[in-house]
Design a protein around this ligand. Structure first.
Ligand code: CO8
Length: 373
């Protein structure tokens, strides 16, 4: 058995930013249009009036201040309310592959590696832009990587499930290295016309290079241990899929976009995640005092405050549990990896940190890391 280590990371950030105020102005204009168009039905009590959203609510409920998206003009058009992403020909790079390749090249550069040094590509994401061929195989071809590639989807936990999958292949000796890439196109699957969730998501791509630890002579993060768990729940769900055309009444159906029961998710996922991390640390003999950093899934600030306090047994100090959700919003599987990529350089050899993701499924994944030279 070999060991695996993270040697490089990269983040692709789209150019367009939407602040809460911009988002709320567009939503409220859309709500006014909707209410005017449906005035008679609303007056008759057949449909409910669409209430206004508020920046204050968004910040207080989630901690989110802004989000990056691939296209803001479509999202902010009150008569449209979803991104405009022009169709691409089959011989052009797909959107996800393009974002992924950018992040992957950053990860390779940070590790001082080239395409030749990579044996496998895993594209681990919540939303895949097409059924097949796998986006991962397209990324592999774009970067001129040999070996094999495949897609996987465990919603918000895709990154940690991808890390364990890559680490297991490295541990067993079937590969020496893999890129685990999370291109998240959440803006395309978010229902921007629903005030309960319109503020939640943003777009981004992250990449990690994972290599055989025994091959390394440069600073890296040794993957000490990984642990995954799932428990079925309908509280975060999207019914879009390959049976779509077989369903009736397909025109603009709400359940073909992201849906969630946010309160239930909040209440059910917190104990699940806290217990999962505590069990993982216990079994590996890692104490709270050993952890220098928590890189948590970036869905909600209160959730992270709660988990950080549970894991460390005290309120985390400034910098111990960095959040990026105020700038990026929830970027599904990419969130904890953005936090890792931006807030890991200062760790010293021997320092431990923990990546944890959680979300739809339900799914939860934790990765214990140790900085090494
Ligand atoms: N403006 C003003 N008021 C609002 C708004 C708004 N935008 N939205 C809701 N309200 C109102 C509600 O109507 C409610 O009013 P009332 O009390 O009169 O009924 C009141 O504010 C409180 O609403 P909530 O109880 O819903 O508010 P919460 O405090 O619970 O906050 C959150 C809502 C932020 C959604 C919170 O519940 C939360 O963060 N939950 C956890 C979410 C989470 O972690 N989800 C994980 C999903 S991510 C994942 O797994 C990946 C999925 C795949 C990606 C898909 C990409 C699109």
């Amino acid at each position: 058995m070999y060991s695996a280590a993270i040697t490089g990371s990269g983040v692709f950030t789209p150019e367009h930013v939407i602040t809460n105020d911009e988002l709320v102005a567009a939503f409220n204009a859309h709500a006014d249009l909707f209410n005017a168009e449906n005035a008679d039905a609303i007056a008759a009590g057949d449909i409910a009036e669409k209430p206004h959203s508020s920046s204050d609510f968004i910040l207080a409920a989630s901690g989110i201040e802004r989000r990056y998206v691939l296209d803001k003009t479509g999202v902010l058009d009150p008569t449209r309310m979803f991104p405009s992403l022009p169709d691409r020909r089959d011989d052009e790079p797909s959107l996800m592959a393009e974002m992924a390749a950018d992040a992957a090249l950053q990860a390779l550069a940070q590790a001082g590696r080239a395409a030749d040094d990579v044996d496998a590509v895993i594209c681990a994401a919540s939303n895949h832009e097409r059924a097949y061929p796998a986006i991962a195989v397209e990324i592999q071809q774009m970067l001129d990587i040999q070996g094999f590639a495949f897609d996987m989807n465990v919603a918000c936990s895709s990154a940690t499930f991808g890390i364990q999958t890559a680490a297991d292949m490295i541990r067993s000796g079937s590969i020496r290295s893999a890129l685990v890439i999370c291109p998240e196109i959440c803006s395309a699957h978010l229902e921007w016309r629903d005030r309960d969730c319109h503020f939640i998501f943003g777009d981004v791509a992250t990449a990690l290079l994972i290599e055989r630890d025994e091959d390394l002579q440069t600073p890296h993060f040794k993957i000490k241990s990984t642990r995954l768990a799932t428990q079925f729940s309908n509280n975060i769900r999207n019914n879009n899929g390959f049976l779509r055309r077989t369903r009736d009444k397909m025109e603009d159906r709400r359940d073909m976009q992201f849906m969630q029961n946010g309160r239930k998710v909040f209440k059910e996922v917190l104990p699940l995640v806290s217990k999962h991390i505590a069990g993982h640390m216990d079994d590996e003999g890692v104490n709270a005092d050993d952890l220098k950093r928590l890189w948590l899934h970036q869905a909600n600030k209160s959730m992270n405050d709660y988990i950080g306090k549970k894991v460390l047994g005290r309120t985390p100090e400034e910098g111990e549990q960095p959040n990026i959700l105020q700038d990026y919003a929830n970027t599904s599987s990419a969130g904890s990896i953005i936090a890792f990529s931006k807030y890991s350089d200062d760790l010293q050899p021997g320092d431990h940190g923990l990546i944890c993701s959680f979300g739809a499924g339900y799914s939860v994944g934790s990765v214990i890391l140790e900085k090494a030279e």
